[in-house]
Design a binder for this molecule. Structure first.
Ligand code: SF4
Length: 474
C-alpha cells in the first residue's frame, strides 16, 4: 500500500493508454486503467500530454508490429514508455531465445506480457515512489517485468474484476485467457500462453454485481470461450456459465466472443437456440473454405463440419446471424482453394467478416513454410472477399425491411435527434440478431419517453449505406 505523502508524486503521472488489436486488449486496457487510477495516477488527455504512455499491443500480423515500432518512434518528450500486450511478449520471447530482432533496441522503459498486466499498477506505483519521486526525467529505467502469471493468481483477478468500472448498461468479462489450439499461422498461444479459465464463482459474482449496478448486457470474452472449464469444478463448462448468467436478475442479453467451431457440442447448440437471453449473433471464425488449407492451418474441422455446425444452429434458430474471420493467401493456397472460400461465404451468408492477408508470424509452424502467394495476389483475393461480402450483407439487410422486432435502447444520439439502438438488440424470434438499428421516427414526441434500457417494438423501414433504419411503434 502506498503511503499518503507519496500519493502526490504519483499523481504527477498522467497516463495515456493506446490500445491496438482485439477486444481482449481493449478489455485488458480497461483493467490497467482502473488499477492505475486507484493508485493515484491520472488520465492524460492525449499522447502528447502524457508522462507515461502505455501501448497495449497486438502481434497477430506483421503489419501490427511495424505500426507499434513506428508509434514509439513518433513519441515526443521525456515519457516513460510501457509496452504490453502480444508484441511485448514477442519481444521478451525473442530476447529469451537470443533472437536478434530489428526492434530489439526500441526505447521502452517497461515490458509486460499479457499475463502480467494486473501487476502493472503496483510496479509503476512503486517505481514512481522509489525511483522517480514524481520526476519522470530521471534516467531511463531498465526494462522491468513482472515475474508471475497474474491470471493464475485468482485473488488478484477477483480484486480486479470486482473493482472494474462499469458506467453503462453494457459490461465485458474475460472468462478465459490463452489458447491451446496452435493453429499453424497463429502467434497467440505463444504470446498469451496456455488456456487458463477463470473460476466460475469470480465471473458469476462479477456479473451479479454489474447487474446490480444497471448492466443489462454482458459480453463474455476469451480466445476460445467455448472451451471454458472452471478450474475448481469440471462440471462448470461454457454451457453451465451461459445458463447461470442468464438467470441473474437484470441481465437481458449475453454475447460471447470468440468461439472455436470444433468446440461446439450439441448441449451448447441447444442452449443457444432455446435461451432468449443468449445472443444468436455468433462469431464463428472459419479462416478458409478449402479442406487442404484448413488442415494445413491445423483448424481441427473440415468445410463440411463447419457447414454442418451452421446448419444445426440455423435448424435450432432459423434467423441466427453469423460472422467470421477469413485469411487469404495462406501458403500453397491455389485459385481453386480460394474459390472454395468464396463459395463457403456464399453458402453461409455471413452478416460480416474480418478478412486478412496471411503474414508469417514468428514461432508458428507456418513460419517454416514458404510464403508462396504473392502479395498482389493476396490483395486481389482479399478485395474479392470484401466485394462478395458487401453484396451478401446488403441483401440480408434488405430482406429485413418491414420486420417488426423487440429492441433495447442502448444509446441516445441527441444531436441528430435520433436514437441509436446499438448492437444489444433483443431478438425474440424477430430475425434481427444484434444488428444495429437507427431510429428515425417521424413523430418526434415518441423520443420524449424513451430511456436507455427500454424495450420497444420497432419496424425496419429502410436500408441506407449498409445501415438499418426503423421506427418505434410503441
Ligand atoms: S484458436 Fe487458433 S487462431 Fe484462435 S487464438 Fe487459438 S491458435 Fe490462434
Amino acid at each position: 500500500m502506498l503511503k499518503n505523502q507519496n500519493m502526490e508524486s504519483i499523481k504527477k503521472g498522467r497516463v495515456f493508454i493506446k490500445t491496438y488489436g482485439c477486444q481482449m486488449n481493449f478489455y485488458d486496457s480497461g483493467l490497467i486503467e482502473d488499477g492505475l487510477l486507484k493508485k493515484g495516477f491520472n488520465n492524460a488527455s492525449s499522447l502528447d500530454d502524457a508522462d507515461i504512455v502505455i501501448l497495449n499491443t497486438c502481434s497477430v500480423r506483421d503489419h501490427a508490429d511495424h505500426k507499434i515500432v513506428s508509434e514509439i518512434g513518433r513519441l515526443k518528450g521525456d515519457k516513460k514508455i510501457v509496452l504490453t500486450g502480444c508484441f511485448a511478449k514477442q519481444i521478451k520471447l525473442k530476447r529469451e531465445k537470443g533472437i536478434d530482432i530489428h526492434n530489439a533496441g526500441i526505447p521502452i522503459d517497461y515490458c509486460f506480457a499479457p499475463d502480467e498486466i494486473l501487476s502493472i499498477p503496483d510496479i509503476l506505483a512503486n517505481d514512481f515512489e522509489k525511483n522517480y519521486n514524481g520526476d519522470i526525467s530521471n534516467r531511463r529505467h531498465k526494462t522491468t517485468t513482472a515475474t508471475k502469471d497474474d491470471y493464475q493468481n485468482f485473488n488478484l483477478v477477483e480484486e480486479y474484476f470486482y473493482n472494474k468500472n462499469v458506467n453503462n448498461s453494457f459490461a465485458t468479462i474475460k472468462i478465459i485467457e490463452g489458447c491451446n489450439n496452435f493453429c499453424s499461422y497463429c502467434i497467440v498461444p505463444f504470446v498469451r500462453g496456455k488456456e487458463r479459465s477463470i473460476p466460475f464463482s469470480i465471473i458469476y459474482n462479477s456479473a451479479k454485481r454489474y447487474a446490480d449496478k444497471g448492466v443489462r448486457e454482458l459480453l463474455l470474452l476469451g480466445q476460445n470461450v467455448n472451451s471454458y472449464l472452471s478450474p475448481d469444478d469440471d462440471k462448470k463448462d461454457f454451457s453451465y456459465m451461459l445458463e447461470s448468467l442468464a438467470k441473474i436478475d437484470g441481465i437481458k442479453k449475453i454475447k460471447f466472443l470468440t468461439s472455436h467451431p470444433k468446440d461446439f457440442n450439441d448441449k451448447l447448440i441447444e442452449l443457444i437456440c432455446k435461451n432468449d437471453k443468449i445472443s444468436k449473433g455468433i462469431h464463428l471464425p472459419v479462416q478458409s473454405g478449402s479442406d487442404k488449407i484448413l488442415s494445413a492451418m491445423n483448424r481441427g474441422y473440415t468445410r463440411r463440419d463447419y457447414l454442418n455446425l451452421v446448419e444445426k444452429l440455423r435448424k435450432g434458430y432459423p434467423d441466427a446471424a453469423f460472422s467470421t474471420d477469413i485469411i487469404v493467401g495462406f501458403p500453397t493456397e491455389t485459385e481453386e482453394d480460394f474459390n472454395m472460400t468464396l463459395s463457403l461465404i456464399d453458402e453461409v451468408g455471413f452478416d460480416f467478416l474480418f478478412g486478412f492477408k496471411y503474414s508469417p508470424r514468428p514461432f508458428t509452424k507456418a513460419f517454416e513454410i514458404k510464403d508462396d502467394v504473392p502479395l498482389e495476389k493476396k490483395k486481389e483475393r482479399l478485395e474479392a472477399v470484401f466485394e462478395k461480402q458487401k453484396k451478401i450483407f446488403n441483401s440480408i439487410l434488405n430482406s429485413l425491411k418491414g420486420k417488426r422486432v423487440n429492441a433495447t435502447i442502448l444509446a441516445v444520439d441527441k444531436e441528430k435527434n435520433s436514437i441509436e439502438f446499438e448492437k444489444g438488440i433483443l431478438f425474440k424470434g424477430c430475425g434481427l440478431n444484434d444488428r444495429m438499428i437507427y431510429i428515425v421516427n417521424n413523430n418526434k414526441d415518441i423520443y420524449k419517453n424513451l430511456r436507455i434500457g427500454d424495450e420497444r417494438q420497432v419496424e425496419i423501414t429502410y436500408v441506407k449505406n449498409n445501415r438499418l433504419y426503423g421506427e418505434v411503434l410503441k
